[in-house]
Design a protein around this ligand. Structure first.
Ligand code: NAD
Ligand code: GLY
Length: 381
């Protein structure tokens, strides 16, 4: 059994992320990290149905009988209402300050459970057990928690680092293909930001995955996850709370590459059409087009990104949604205005060379025309 560990450092604290096959059954660290107090597993019906018994069995061996709270499945359950219900169930279960929340699921479960753990009694221990590729390489580490509001995605949340992250790659065997594509898009995002080494490692996995092999059988999957996490950890270590004034390539803001367009696409289609990672896939392609039109990047970057995103799987066509360029523009403006921020675009000069460009440096007629072309062109794909 292959088992790799990476330590994430945030300010003076650190936590381990363990990656390997079969860890949910064989995990020693979960036992070491389990506190003396009560535990609550937060998951959803689907994931708990698949992996809940394994986790309960493991905890049972350690003499722990956790409570279980299942949230609804999907982005629309990433809400304050869900957080309130989880916190209520923590109080019902008498989960004290020595207690622990175990988030078993994808990014939605992780973000909501993480938020609830960060506010219950001003913070209880959180263990993340991510079960989607996206959550493994991105959302379970770095400490961003949050929920959506009418004003946009992740408008309310906290920075709250987990005490431990356990990644059992075996659970990817049941992940639907669309979710794999969504996770691969976030992996491409990290590769495009980090540079040629991570970009190439990521593309190799894309190719193995597209040859109809299960992701769990892909050589070097654990290594890829670790390398992805290493990159994310380096950014988080330098700028854990995403300093609003940050403007250089070391700012955590760069991890939002593809997100300005992606979030607007998700929101203007009411979170019903695109998986988050799929929207980020479109968002990266849009950012590449904008980089080219602003003469920051040449066509090579555009072609390269189009090629790798295509190889990650098919994205739902934007044209199937009737979304209009103005809807996306409105969603971008509304999102940022509500946060009291100006829009900043994360663009690319080349692979490994992100640049943060304020909206004031993007002529509005150029933005409109790129948006119009992009939405029209992608409608025909
Ligand atoms: P998700 O949590 O909705 O999970 C996707 C689907 O896969 C769900 O239907 C889920 O039930 C199912 N599923 C999960 N694990 C499974 C498994 N092993 N087998 C079969 N089915 C499984 O989506 P996601 O892509 O994991 O996460 C997206 C969310 O993450 C978004 O809300 C996004 O904003 C957030 N996110 C947060 C951060 C962060 O830093 N906190 C980073 C990136 C994304
Ligand atoms: N996924 C963006 C971040 O963690 O900052």
């Amino acid at each position: 059994m292959k088992r790799l560990t990476i330590q994430i450092r945030v300010r003076r604290e650190s936590y381990d992320v363990e990656v390997g096959s079969g860890l949910l059954v064989n995990s020693r660290p979960l036992s070491l990290e389990t506190p003396t107090g009560r535990c609550l597993i937060v998951s959803n019906r689907k994931v708990f149905g698949l992996y809940g018994q394994k986790l309960l069995g493991k905890l049972g061996e350690l003499g722990i009988e956790p409570g279980v709270y299942l949230i609804g499945d999907g982005e629309r359950f990433k809400s304050l209402r869900t957080v309130e219900a989880i916190v209520r169930s923590m109080s019902d279960a008498k989960l004290g300050r020595d207690g622990c929340v175990i988030a078993l699921g994808g990014g939605v479960v992780g973000d909501v459970a993480g938020f609830a753990a960060s506010v219950h009694l001003r913070g209880v221990r959180l263990i993340q057990i991510p079960t989607t590729l996206l959550a493994m390489i991105d959302s379970s580490v770095g400490g961003k928690t949050g929920v959506n509001t009418v004003h946009g995605k992740n408008m309310i949340g906290t920075f709250y680092q987990p005490a431990h992250v356990l990644i059992d790659t075996d659970v990817l065997a049941t992940l639907p293909q669309r979710e794999i594509t969504a996770g691969l898009c976030e992996a491409i995002k990290h590769g495009a930001l980090a540079g040629p080494d991570l970009f190439e490692r990521t593309t190799k996995v894309l190719d193995s995955n597209s040859q109809d092999r299960r992701l769990t059988e892909v050589d070097g999957l654990e290594d890829l996850i670790i390398n992805q996490l290493r990159f994310k950890a380096s950014i988080v270590a330098a700028d854990a709370k995403e300093d609003p004034a940050g403007c250089g390539a070391a700012s955590r803001k760069i991890l939002n590459f593809g997100h300005t367009f992606g979030h607007a696409l998700e929101k203007s289609t009411k979170y019903k059409v695109f998986k988050h990672g799929e929207a980020v896939g479109w968002g990266m392609l849009f950012a590449a087009e904008l980089s080219k039109k602003l003469e920051l990047a040449d066509n090579t970057v555009v072609e390269l990104l189009n090629d790798v995103v295509r190889r990650s799987g098919s994205l739902p066509p934007i044209g199937s949604t009737n979304v209009r360029p103005e809807d996306i523009l409105d969603a971008i403006r509304f999102d940022k205005k509500s946060a009291g921020e100006d829009t900043q675009w994360i663009l690319l000069r080349a692979i490994g060379q992100p640049v943060i460009v304020p909206q004031s440096e993007v002529p509005s007629n150029l933005l409109r025309s790129v948006l119009k072309d992009f939405v029209r062109h992608r409608s025909n794909s």
